[in-house]
Design a protein around this ligand. Sequence first.
Ligand code: NDP
Length: 330
Amino acid sequence: MEFKSMNLNENAPKIPEGDVEKIKCLIVGSGPAGYTAAIYAARANLNPVVIEGLQPGGQLTTTTEVDNFPGYPEGITGPDMMADLKKQAERFGTDCRWGLVTAVDFSVYPHKVVVDEKKVIEAETVILATGATAKYLGFPTEEKYMGSGVSACATCDGFFYRGKDVAVVGGGDTAAEEATYLAGLCNKVYLIVRKPFLRASKAMQDRVFKTKNIELLFEHNTKELYGDGVVEGAKLIKRMGEEDESEVDIKIDGFFVAIGHTPNSKVFADYLKTDDQGYVITEPDSTKTNVPGVFASGDLKDPHYRQAITSAGSGCMAAMDAERFLAERE
Ligand code: NDP
């Protein structure tokens, strides 16, 4: 079947020819937002299909213990929690599929979504829950100690460093927030900032400056981490590239990278309004995007909270918004 004749947008991606699957509700992404949207959509008889993406379960599958998701009094591992959410979504008939959305055409209705460059799905509603990816510095020992001292989420992993010395890298609001959060748990927090100033908001900066056990290391860059199986310290370069450049060694057990996140919105970017960082913009108190029938939830639209529970909440909202959208069309 040829779709191009139906396509109103000349710049829209080429949609493969062939059989098309028509569904009511497509959910893209399988973190807490995606699976929660699926639970609600399935219970509302929308027969949702979840396209799970390259990392089924999302960012939480890379963490260890999750102690702050309500309902797990003893805590749970990230992968186990995501397996539970998936099981719950499937219990109500959600069809979870491995695959990657490679193109969309939101200029036509029903919306067209291409999976793995081949399969075309026509969906009356699309819930986007593709999350965001934490940025890392990218040196080899950072990758080596991932999960053994290196983390990109203080709220998730800070608890394991109670009473210890840790470092946070970054100078924005996230780094300032993570450093003050960790200062409440840890003995000492080094805040490693590459510039001679913080980029964080004035209020966040004040909190950092007032916190006694945060030591600011301005104009420092991280060269490498070391330790026997786990992080035991970091080698930093002070005033890199300057005449007085020097090496600094700090003893730490945890290394928290807080240099920002990249929302996974690239594949939808031609159709959806985003902010300058790529976060999808939704109507206030809603998950509605600028395209009718397309809803955004979770970290994809949230540069601020980024918690499993807030993502799950917005996944629930997206399913309810989708259900209402369909009801109003009937
Ligand atoms: P930002 O982009 O604001 O800051 C990133 C920080 O990381 C900058 O200080 C940057 O340094 C530094 N950085 C980037 N790359 C490197 C590198 N390779 N090596 C060392 N340092 C590096 O990201 P945030 O995550 O902090 O914030 C994102 C958005 O979310 C912002 O709009 C922020 O205001 C918002 N936010 C709001 C919160 C709140 O209101 N409570 C909490 C958290 C975030 P440099 O300055 O040199 O570029």
